[in-house]
Design a protein around this ligand. Structure first.
Ligand code: 5RP
Length: 222
């Protein structure tokens, strides 16, 4: 199977999960990226069952609207039973690195509201230790150099993502060379640097369910 076929398989499994676990009339949280895009396509036949969706990025909002979903402002939503999103890496403790697509802050906000975070990923994303994938950090533009110096003090090698501005008008530093043995501690530490909006470690609030695409089928971890 190709990587896209694995992503499509987990996307369909996630749509099935939503159909079983999200009550009719509820609001679905939707992540960002190529796997999340396959999920939106798989969820489309169910759209009339739900009040609508909350999008974690402008790209996701556009794709949802293209399928005829009502896309709601998170401030008008009290609860989200299920949030479905991809990851750049996930470990066996359900901690993730996210933000390869630069949507980490809105993803983290929607995930914070959601009751259940369902991570959808092809098998290549499951790792023993997080950190091979450079850790994205969203930064207020005037703090870029300060935050980069502070990240270097933590042992990382921050690289400015060229030509990229987040949906929130900020910059991304991709931090290479971090061996992340304490994901919760590092997420908390980086978020304390003045000028950081948030970082791409999703460890304090990790995934609750992992749907992992493998050539043998979709494996479920919970
Ligand atoms: C975007 C993300 C994505 O979930 C992550 O980059 C995975 O993307 P893909 O499904 O395309 O591999 O965090 O900010």
């Amino acid at each position: 199977m190709t990587q896209d076929e694995l992503k499509q398989a987990v996307a369909q499994a996630a749509a099935d999960y939503v159909a079983q676990h999200a009550p009719a009339g509820s609001v679905i949280g939707v992540g960002t990226g190529s796997t999340a895009n396959f999920f939106i396509d798989a969820l489309a036949p169910l759209k009339s069952k739900y009040r609508g969706a909350v999008a974690s990025s402008e790209a996701t909002r556009k794709r949802l609207e293209g399928h005829g979903f009502a896309v709601l402002d998170l401030n008008d939503v009290d609860d989200i039973p299920v949030y479905v999103d991809g990851a750049d890496e996930i470990d066996r403790g359900m901690h993730m690195i996210k933000g390869g697509g630069g949507a980490l802050t809105r993803e983290k906000i929607v995930a914070a509201v959601a009751k259940t975070f369902v991570c959808i990923a092809d098998g290549s994303k499951l790792v023993e230790t997080l950190g091979k994938f450079p850790l994205p950090v969203e930064v207020i533009p005037m703090a870029r150099a300060h935050v980069a110096r502070e990240l270097a003090k933590l042992g990382g090698e921050p690289v400015l993502r060229q030509g990229f501005t987040t949906d929130n008008g900020n910059l991304i530093l991709d931090v290479k060379g971090m061996a992340i043995t304490d994901p919760v501690g590092l997420e908390t530490r980086i978020n304390q640097i003045t000028g950081v909006v948030t970082n791409g470690l999703f460890a304090v609030r990790g995934a609750n369910v992992l749907l992992l695409g493998t050539p043998e089928g979709v494996q479920t971890f919970a």
